[in-house]
Design a binder for this molecule. Structure first.
Ligand SMILES: [Fe+2]
Ligand SMILES: [Fe+2]
Length: 228
């Protein structure tokens, strides 16, 4: 196969790169602003366990899309909160993390621990960066309880919860769950779907979940698999 970066060495034989729109003119493509990148760089060392770093940046992209669909939400709460929400897993022994996450794992103490420690780490990072104190308090409250709190505290909280769960239906989320539990793609998708669709707070997230679920189903269908 020819390298993709050679614009004229392709199946078409012509360079079409001058027809590509600028990133800011199409929805869904967003570079992290410098201060979000500063949060990300401080959070990343706490996320380097069980693919939490990749989970987090995928959820950031989904949260960004959700904030664009919800003008009443505050992106400066939702987006830092999603970058920081799982930093507390770094304080749980690595060997226990999957036990806490697994269906039937029955270690609510570990889930609560990662929420509480995540809230502490989030406050430290946001204070260090000088984030607005009211927003920092709201973010800390969202992180502390993001998995165990059944109700959403606010629209901002609802979008964080929805972006967190939507990741599971992305190709990366399905692949991660396949690896964690030794499942084939179809089984992983069914496990995930049972824990996402009926647990979302916003209509926009429910619509996104349907689309992601459809892609996941096609990727695991015998018809698609047979195509290689
Ligand atoms: Fe979490
Ligand atoms: Fe998460």
């Amino acid at each position: 196969m020819l390298p993709r970066q050679h614009a004229t060495e392709n199946q078409y034989g012509h360079d079409i790169t001058d027809r590509i729109p600028a990133a800011g003119s199409v929805p869904g493509i967003a570079a992290l602003p410098p201060w979000h990148d500063a949060v990300w760089r401080r959070a990343a060392p706490y996320l380097a366990v069980r693919d939490n770093d990749a989970h987090t940046i995928h959820s950031y992209g989904l949260a960004h899309a959700l904030t664009e669909l919800h003008p009443d939400a505050d992106p400066e709460v939702v987006l830092p909160a999603i970058l920081l929400h799982d930093t507390g897993w770094s304080q749980v022994p690595e060997g226990d993390v999957l036990t806490a996450i697994a269906p039937g794992g029955n270690r609510p103490d570990l889930v609560l621990l990662h929420e509480r420690e995540g809230a502490r780490i989030a406050r430290g990072i946001l204070d260090e960066l000088g984030h607005d104190p009211d927003r920092t308090s709201e973010i800390v409250d969202i992180v502390d309880g993001h998995d165990t709190r059944v109700e959403a505290l606010s629209l901002n909280d609802a979008l964080v919860k929805d972006a967190d769960k939507l990741w599971r239906l992305t190709p990366h989320g399905i692949g991660t769950v396949m690896n964690w539990f030794g499942l084939d793609r179809d089984s992983a998708l069914r496990l995930i779907s049972g824990r996402v669709h009926d647990h979302l707070f916003t209509e926009s997230a429910r619509t996104m979940a349907r689309a992601l679920g459809a892609v996941g189903w096609v990727d695991s269908s015998p018809q698609r698999v047979a195509l290689g």
